[in-house]
Design a protein around this ligand. Structure first.
Ligand code: PEP
Ligand code: MN
Length: 394
């Protein structure tokens, strides 16, 4: 008798099938009709369709859900519109990485490629306070070859009387300044469906000088209605933060809500777990989960050292804990770093105590470059054929 089971074990009895169609399959084509007729008549099997609009091609995935145990793998694979069939062994159907699953672990947004094989830094303001701070940060980012940033306009706060973010009123200058300094992607948290509409409206009014990655914060990890609403749109990719008080499995299931509604351009962010055992850090740093998320899913993995560590304390080696934990995530293969900077942390309206200073930006990026190079060397050591991927600024 087994007494212990992990929540990640495979369930061959309920295995489902993923049918990948040839790229750009026309729904009016004979091949599609024939394939659809066969699949839709299967008893006790439901089809969940998922489309992926790529830059060059349109991909269709058909998930066969229900009693697929008696289906002939070969017969389905031989249908005229079918390119490949994959058996699904765990619950993250779309974002998951399944056996023999060669689907890409990457996506492109606004000219920037996000992948499980590269690395981007999103340094910026936890909360937008005024145009001067925004411009100072963006200027420094451009001077350091960066095209991504973080900017909080909608802040979920523990205390109802604390500053809640400037909301829609700051979006114009944030987007215009981003365009001025060549920023292509801004990670921006949304806490309500309405914020998505506001971002879209203001970006459109400004002539889309930049792009936005919608951030779901840790407090909303399991806000399923928000996830469904954000997942229904495919204009913006999503930065999804793990829940600070739930299991990794529960957070990955929640991320799958986004994909199940249509948007699989999701980056999964580790940001530490709420636990007094993490003290004196703000949270228990969880960057050892970077390789776990990459193994279980095709999502690029982000680390947020600022909200994990939460202080500007340094070790006797002179290196800040925030920088040490950043290096720990990168040496384990992280693909994105979300990090708080502020020109004057003592004046920051949110999370000043954990913000890095602008003159720390250059050494921080250099530290990241060194660590990323070490990670690439580690890959070569264990997997000589692993392609070298550059620290991609764009
Ligand atoms: C943030 O990134 O600004 C933030 C509030 O993070 P989290 O949701 O991880 O607390
Ligand atoms: Mn913050």
């Amino acid at each position: 008798m087994r007494l212990v089971s992990t929540s990640f074990e495979t369930h061959p009895v309920v295995a489902k099938m993923l049918v990948i169609l040839h790229p750009n399959t026309d729904k009016n084509s004979l091949a599609f009709q024939e394939t659809w007729n066969y699949l839709s008549k299967l008893p006790n099997v439901r089809i969940h369709e998922h489309s992926i609009e790529g830059t060059e091609q349109q991909l269709s995935e058909l998930y066969l859900i229900g009693d697929t145990s008696k289906l002939s793998f070969e017969e389905v694979a031989n249908l005229p519109a079918v390119e490949r069939v994959i058996r699904i062994y765990h619950e993250f159907r779309i974002l998951g990485r399944h056996r023999d699953d060669a689907r890409p672990a990457s996506f492109e947004y606004n000219g920037v490629n996000f992948s499980q094989d590269n690395l981007h830094v999103f340094a910026g303001l936890c909360a937008v306070d005024n145009p001067t701070s925004v411009e100072t940060i963006m200027k420094a980012l451009q001077a350091n070859g960066q095209v991504c940033t973080r900017m909080g306009a909608y802040k979920p706060r523990t205390n109802p009387y604390a500053f809640q973010g400037h909301g829609k009123s700051c979006l114009h200058y944030v987007f215009e300044l981003a365009g001025k300094y060549g920023i292509k992607v801004i990670a921006m948290e949304v806490t309500h469906e309405r914020h998505l509409a506001e971002i879209d409206e203001v970006l459109e009014q400004c002539g889309r000088p930049t792009g936005v990655m919608l951030q779901i914060g840790t407090r909303n990890t399991q806000n399923f209605e928000l996830l469904k609403a954000i997942g229904r749109q495919t204009t913006y990719p999503i930065l999804f933060k793990r829940g600070f008080g739930i299991t990794l499995n529960e957070s990955l299931n929640a991320a799958e809500y986004l994909a199940s509604e249509g948007n699989a351009n999701v980056i999964f962010c580790l940001r530490g777990m709420k636990s007094s055992f993490g003290a004196p850090h703000r949270n228990m740093v969880d960057f050892a989960h970077v390789p776990v998320v990459k193994r279980l899913t095709r999502m690029p993995v982000c680390i947020d050292p600022s909200h994990s560590v939460g202080t500007r304390e340094a070790a006797p080696d002179g290196i800040l804990d925030v920088m040490h934990s950043t290096a720990q995530g990168i040496i384990a293969g992280a693909n994105m770093v979300l990090v708080d900077f502020h020109p004057q942390p003592t004046h920051a309206l949110v999370d000043g105590p954990q913000a890095l200073l602008l003159d720390e930006l250059e050494p921080f990026l250099e530290d990241i470059r060194i660590t990323h190079e070490a990670y690439q060397k580690r890959c070569q050591l264990f997997q000589p054929k692993h392609a070298l991927n550059s620290l991609a600024p764009a």
